[in-house]
Design a protein around this ligand. Structure first.
Ligand SMILES: [Fe+2]
Length: 499
């Protein structure tokens, strides 16, 4: 038990002895008087102690704990508590009557020291438990953060901040290699939180170099200034751990300048950093798989769209252009990039149900009969049935099913009105109509642009949501016209441009 803890035990022992009626003095390690007997009726008596106290302290140094000192017919019993000495005064000139008193004092001292030790142990344990809980909770939070739908680098930034606030480090950095094995969103990215060492450019250079040079042995390392230049500019130890993917190092997590009373990086911090590096490796793997899945689903989409376009040479590229316009309108309305992308994909597949409509009807040059028109009107529901089975596209379903609804409720298949029509479908509906009028069809040539724009404006609040007409009026149609020309000349633009 350290001396600070003994201070409390010594003071408490003095209080107990005083409560028992024992005249007691408490001295510090130099023999200076800290507490004197509480005897207001005879205050001058207290001054008799100092010479004797010094003698007691001298004896204590010689290992005479609890050995009485006889002075002028009284026994003074020194009791050592840490670096302090409690001196209790008892009458008598030989050891025998003092044994009982010594036993009582010793019992109290052991009891108090034991309690104090328990209290300190409990406090230490509580502190470690709280720290451990905070670290575990942070890891849990990191897992949740990494499962969010935010952009990967944004997620890494949030993780860095969260970890730096929990771990006793002045700074935490995560760096990814500029390597084709790293997913595009994180390739060469570096994120830091806290007060990183300066100069900043030198710090970044050293972290990047360390990331590039770290080997895939999976070890968590603690580096001192003697080991690495980064620890030199930090002026303290740092801990680092590689982030791996498919057995290769793709990045590094590094933290340094441990704060608090114990500046030495120990096992708990190393274990935390190790667990975090594992999480980040898994996070990267998930993104890589998701990217792969997206690429595969885009290829599937490409095949689906090609199948629709193949049914009617007049509508060639229609899906691409509707996707392009729907995205432009959504962006103009201030929607976030992710929603804009999903609306674009919905635009791409909005007419997928036409696969189920006979080509003889789709390509018929003349007027449709009622039955033929009824067959065409089934395509939103046919499309809904097709897309419903594709989990990756399920959020495009409202756009597929309702893109022929009208603001005035006279559309199909459900005759929805106004804002009851999903916004995605309202946007695609306008883009669909604009493109239908702007391109040649089997039954008529393309209409002039001023006429098309006037018709869209005229139908605001009738067929179209006025807010979407408003957003559409601000869209720059140069990109759309370029697509229209590409399709007219038979070029196939990259699908990515539309999706
Ligand atoms: Fe349609």
């Amino acid at each position: 038990m350290n001396n600070n803890h003994c201070i409390d035990a010594a003071t408490q022992l003095w209080t107990r002895c005083t409560d028992l009626g024992l005249r007691s003095w408490l001295l510090d390690s130099t023999g200076a008087l800290m507490r004197r007997p509480q005897d207001p009726s005879n205050p001058s008596e207290d001054d008799q102690l100092p010479p004797l106290a010094r003698e007691a302290v001298r004896r204590k140094a010689a290992g005479a704990d609890m050995q009485p000192i006889f002075v002028d017919g009284v026994a003074l019993i020194p009791c050592v508590v840490g670096d302090r000495v409690l001196i209790s005064c008892a009458a008598g000139t030989n050891d025998a009557p003092l044994d009982g008193l010594r036993t009582v004092i010793l019992g109290m001292r052991d009891d108090l020291q034991s309690r104090e030790e328990s209290r300190v142990l409990l406090k230490d344990f509580s502190g470690k438990l709280i720290q451990s809980y905070e670290e575990t909770y942070t890891l849990f939070r990191v897992m949740r953060l990494l499962a969010s739908s935010a952009a990967p680098l944004q997620q890494i930034n949030t993780v860095c901040r969260s970890v730096q606030q929990t771990l006793p480090f002045r700074w935490v950095s995560v760096c990814f290699r500029d390597d084709p094995r790293v997913v595009e969103d994180l390739r060469g990215a570096m994120s830091s939180a806290g007060a990183a060492p300066t100069p900043a450019d030198e710090f970044e250079r050293l972290v990047r170099t360390m990331t590039a040079e770290t080997e895939a042995d999976g070890w968590t390392r603690v580096l001192a200034p003697a080991d690495h230049a980064l620890a030199v500019i930090a002026g303290a130890e740092l801990v680092c751990d590689p982030i791996t993917y498919d057995g290769s190092v793709i990045g590094l997590i590094v933290a340094g300048n441990k704060t608090g009373t114990d500046r030495e990086i120990g096992s708990p911090e190393m274990q935390f950093i190790d667990a975090l590096a594992d999480f980040l490796g898994t996070f990267h793997e998930n993104i890589a798989r998701l990217t792969e899945q997206r690429a595969m689903s885009m290829e599937t989409l490409q095949a689906l769209v090609a199948a629709i376009d193949a049914k009617d040479r007049y509508t060639c590229g229609h899906s691409d252009r509707v996707a392009f316009l729907a995205k432009a309108i959504a962006a103009e309305m201030g929607m976030c990039a992710e929603v804009v992308e999903r609306i674009g994909i919905a635009g791409l597949v909005h007419d997928i149900g036409k696969i189920g409509v006979p080509e003889s009807i789709l390509c018929k040059p003349g007027k449709l009969t009622d039955d033929e028109f009824a067959a065409i009107k089934r395509h939103p529901e046919i499309g809904y049935g097709i897309i419903k089975a594709i989990r990756l596209l399920e959020d495009t379903l409202p756009g597929v099913l309702h893109h022929h609804e009208r603001w005035d409720g006279r559309g199909y298949p459900h005759g929805l009105r106004g804002e009851n029509i999903p916004q995605m479908a309202r946007i695609i509906g306008l883009a669909d109509t604009f493109d239908a009028m702007s391109s040649s069809r089997s039954y008529r040539p393309a209409l002039p642009r001023p006429l098309v724009l006037a018709e869209i404006e005229r139908c605001s609040g009738i067929q179209f949501d006025p807010a979407i007409v408003d957003a559409f009026s601000r869209v720059n149609l140069a990109g759309y016209d370029a697509l229209l020309n590409q399709h007219a000349t038979g070029e196939q633009p990259a699908l990515r441009a539309a999706a």
